[in-house]
Design a protein around this ligand. Structure first.
Ligand SMILES: Nc1ncnc2c1ncn2[C@@H]1O[C@H](COP(=O)(O)OP(=O)(O)OP(=O)(O)O)[C@@H](O)[C@H]1O
Length: 270
């Protein structure tokens, strides 16, 4: 974590959001939001309900256009690019990776992920079967390694539709590893999972950042997960960045408490 702090400011940002604005009718969901994510960090994005976190993710990943402002990924302006082009640039959101195919095995599900497999093309299979076989063998080997890493080898031949909710979440992380993106946006990876599984998910995200150099930006309401995993933490409130800092600083900042309590009071009054 200290390494991140040391490298901040020296390396160019992985992701930059510059003065974004997005309104839905009369409601300004994103209100001149600017923030950046440093490479090789697990950056947390927190904030009360309605702060604009999901809308921000939707704009970054090309699902909705902003009214104004820019998004840059590894220095490239990606504002208004279609979602699939952003994905191919290496910025991936978990649900962009196709959902598991319930009638295929866990192993087959992983093997489907990498883009541009020549095995997908019938003509390639007919005219260059050797190349297809080699590539398939390589992808199979990669999938087996991912399964071993996630401790899922014992269920590699199970149908994905039969997995428990927690196993499906781990398979989702496996699909990220297969896609080899530069950056992943995660929307509440800890939602609806028990503590043991939460720990496995946390460990896996840490591993992907540490060993594979993947940068993460994750929305999470579970403060334990945020405090254990993320550094820095960005706090959003009313459509813009309220503050950013290491988890222990954010946790104790009175502005953050006020933003959350304000939201709760508003909800209670509403
Ligand atoms: N498609 C939409 N049409 C109209 N209003 C929307 C739309 N999407 C989001 N909003 C509104 O924009 C505001 C920000 O919502 P958003 O979902 O981005 O917040 P959030 O921080 O992700 O909240 P939560 O933590 O509850 O998921 C909210 O007031 C929401 O009702």
């Amino acid at each position: 974590m200290a390494e991140h702090a040391a490298s901040e400011g020296t390396s160019p940002p992985m992701l930059e959001v510059d003065d974004l604005v997005k309104s839905f009718g009369g409601l300004r969901a994103i209100d001149h939001a600017s923030l950046s994510v440093a490479p090789n960090t697990i950056t947390g994005l927190i904030g009360p309900n309605g702060a604009g976190k999901t809308t921000l993710f939707n704009i970054i990943t090309g699902y909705i256009p902003p009214d104004s402002g820019r998004v840059r990924f590894r220095g490239d302006d990606i504002t208004n690019l279609p979602a699939h082009k952003i994905f191919l640039k290496g910025l991936c959101r978990t649900f962009q990776i196709p959902r598991e195919h319930p009638s295929m095995t866990v192993l087959e599900n992983l093997m489907l992920v990498p883009p541009h497999q020549s095995g997908e093309f019938v003509l390639a299979a007919i005219f260059r079967p050797g190349k297809v076989r080699t590539e398939e063998a390589r992808i199979r080997q990669q999938a087996l390694e991912v399964l071993e890493f996630l401790n899922l080898t014992h269920i590699k031949d199970e149908y994905a539709g039969k997995l428990s909710g927690g196993q499906k979440k781990l398979l989702e992380l496996g699909r990220i590893l297969m896609a080899e993106p530069a950056m992943v946006l995660l929307d509440e990876p800890g939602a609806g999972v028990n503590r043991t599984l939460m720990q496995r998910i946390t460990d896996n995200i840490s591993y992907m950042q540490r060993e594979r150099g993947i940068t993460f930006l994750l929305i999470e309401h579970d403060m334990d997960l945020v405090m254990n995993l993320c550094d820095p933490v960005i706090v959003m409130s009313e459509g813009a960045k309220l503050m950013e800092g290491p988890p222990e600083v954010v946790r104790n900042d009175p502005r953050v408490l006020e933003a959350y309590l304000g939201g709760q009071y508003a909800a209670a009054e509403g």
